[in-house]
Design a protein around this ligand. Structure first.
Ligand code: HEM
Length: 467
């Protein structure tokens, strides 16, 4: 194996990626990733220990607590951390977020902690007075998000007209506020029913919360970022042409219409029965076209041998496709708790978390490599980005992760919940081993340098840019 880069070779390969990624590294992105992964592990461990769904019902307070560890602690923190790095790159604006990214993270963590206390109080394990912590925590999360979004939106504003992937991000950030607003109002309904009583409208408000959070925020961001990352890492054309535009208009426009019509319905506006299903179908069509476009992108790639991060994005995309078909089926057949649970499970763990884990497997080495070697490129010999990971060692854990998610989804759908902890444990162990691999990227030695490198080519054990 080629284990060292000489300046000439570097110029033909890594320099292209470097120029595409941009050389400024966001200082707080790695901290976001570390915190997010810790929440992901904690949430899975709590599920395996039987603290929440599938052992408890979907609406149990402890299930709500774990769901928010996943949606805020894992996915929202992960996505904001990634956006702090990628928005300046996507928009070709050199400046990355400074201390505001740290302040935003701290506020979100305090807010999430308070929300957890409120939900535990809802379960009767803390005094009823602690229930007020639920909306208060939600407001702190909102302030933390607003600080991060202000910096991201400023960068986007300066980059008008927005490049294609950045348009998904702008739409996604808007929906994040919608999701948080709905969440806080639901929380107020739980904590102060004397002020806000949703009574009959609670189910509709919850639906708006879910549409904005799961589709508007998570899925639009995942689509935009994956367009950029997967084309970059597979060397496929970034220009997605009319199909890409159709994906954007249908998915973002459809989810906006679904949400606005839902708000109008909660406000008592008389709506024809057909309009909401049409808006929802447009969103579904947009997501389906995105999947078609992903197939095109993979087929048109110039890097034929897929790296682990791009091959493991495929089961995540398959999970999105299955979720779409499953959701359409449930629209026709009606829902049961097992079916909704299975759909949510596949969507959160298969699509969103699967894509997140697989892309972290490239982003973490890439940023680590940039931090360590960015300033000496062309001046001395450095390892390849791929030398920071060991794909042969880590591939089985990704396979176990997706296999366990598939088994877990099936067990929940069939309502064989007693068997679920076996799948849940497999998923947890696989995640733990992937996290270990990422830890080794940061704190281990590049694979090649473990061989006897010539003294003048050796990489410093603790490079000056390592954190
Ligand atoms: C990105 C942000 C968020 C996402 C993606 C999200 C997602 C979700 C999901 C998936 C559920 C359904 C859980 C279940 O039925 O088991 C839910 C319920 C709920 N969420 Fe959030 N959430 C977010 C932020 C918030 C915030 C900031 C609050 C504020 C307190 C909040 C309050 C609630 C409440 C009270 C429920 C239960 C509503 C009910 O059952 O009537 N959420 N959320």
């Amino acid at each position: 194996m080629l284990y060292m880069f000489h300046a000439s070779r570097w110029q033909t390969s890594a320099v292209g990626d470097l120029a595409m990624l941009g050389s400024a590294v966001s200082r707080w992105t790695m901290l976001h990733f570390g915190v997010a992964l810790a929440f992901f592990l904690l949430a899975q461990l709590s599920m395996v220990a039987g603290a929440s769904f599938p052992a408890a019902s979907l609406s149990a307070p402890m299930t709500l607590a774990i769901v928010h560890l996943l949606t805020i602690g894992w996915l929202t923190v992960l996505m904001l951390g990634a956006l702090h790095q990628f928005i300046p790159v996507i928009t070709a604006q050199g400046k990355v977020a400074g201390t505001s990214a740290l302040v935003s993270l701290i506020l979100m963590l305090i807010g999430l902690g308070a929300m957890q206390a409120g939900l535990v109080a809802l379960d009767g394990r803390l005094p009823p007075a602690a229930l007020a912590a639920l909306p208060v925590g939600g407001i702190l999360v909102l302030i933390g998000v607003a600080i991060a979004a202000a910096s991201l939106l400023r960068t986007l504003w300066q980059a008008r007209p927005l490049p294609f992937p950045a348009r998904f991000v702008a739409a996604g950030l808007t929906f994040l506020f919608a999701a948080l607003g709905m969440g806080i109002s639901l929380g107020l309904g739980f904590s102060f029913p004397q002020w806000i009583s949703w009574s009959g409208a609670r189910a509709d408000v919850l639906r708006l919360h879910l549409v904005a959070g799961l589709i508007g925020w998570f899925t639009l961001i995942a689509m935009g970022v994956s367009y950029r990352l997967l084309s970059m890492f597979t060397l496929a054309p970034e220009d997605r042409g009319p199909l890409g535009n159709a994906v954007l208009v249908l998915s973002a426009g459809g989810v906006a219409m679904t949400w606005l019509l839902g708000i109008a319905a909660v406000g008592g506006a008389p709506l024809s029965g057909a309009v909401v299903p049409i808006a929802a179908a447009a969103t579904g069509l947009g997501v389906a076209l995105y999947l078609v476009d992903m197939v095109r992108l993979y087929r048109a790639r110039r890097r034929h041998k897929l790296e682990l991060n791009t091959s493991m994005a495929l089961p995540a995309l398959a999970a999105l496709a299955l979720s779409l078909v499953f959701a359409a089926y449930l629209c026709v057949q009606g829902v049961t708790e097992a079916a909704i649970g299975a759909l949510g499970y596949l969507f959160l763990f298969g699509w969103l978390s699967g894509l997140g884990l697989s892309q972290l497997y490239k982003i973490v080495p890439f940023l680590t490599w940039l931090e360590r070697y960015g300033s000496v490129l062309g001046k001395q010999v450095v390892p390849r980005v791929q030398d920071l990971v060991d794909e042969r060692r880590d591939r089985p854990w990704f396979v176990l992760y997706f296999a366990a998610v598939a088994a877990g989804t099936l067990l929940v759908a069939l309502d064989w919940r007693a068997l679920w902890p076996i799948a849940g444990l497999g998923q947890f162990v696989a995640t733990l081993m992937i996290v270990r691999a990422l830890w080794l990227v940061r704190h281990g030695m590049p694979r090649s340098s473990q061989k006897a490198a010539p003294a003048d080519l050796a990489i410093p054990a603790r490079p000056p840019f390592a954190t």
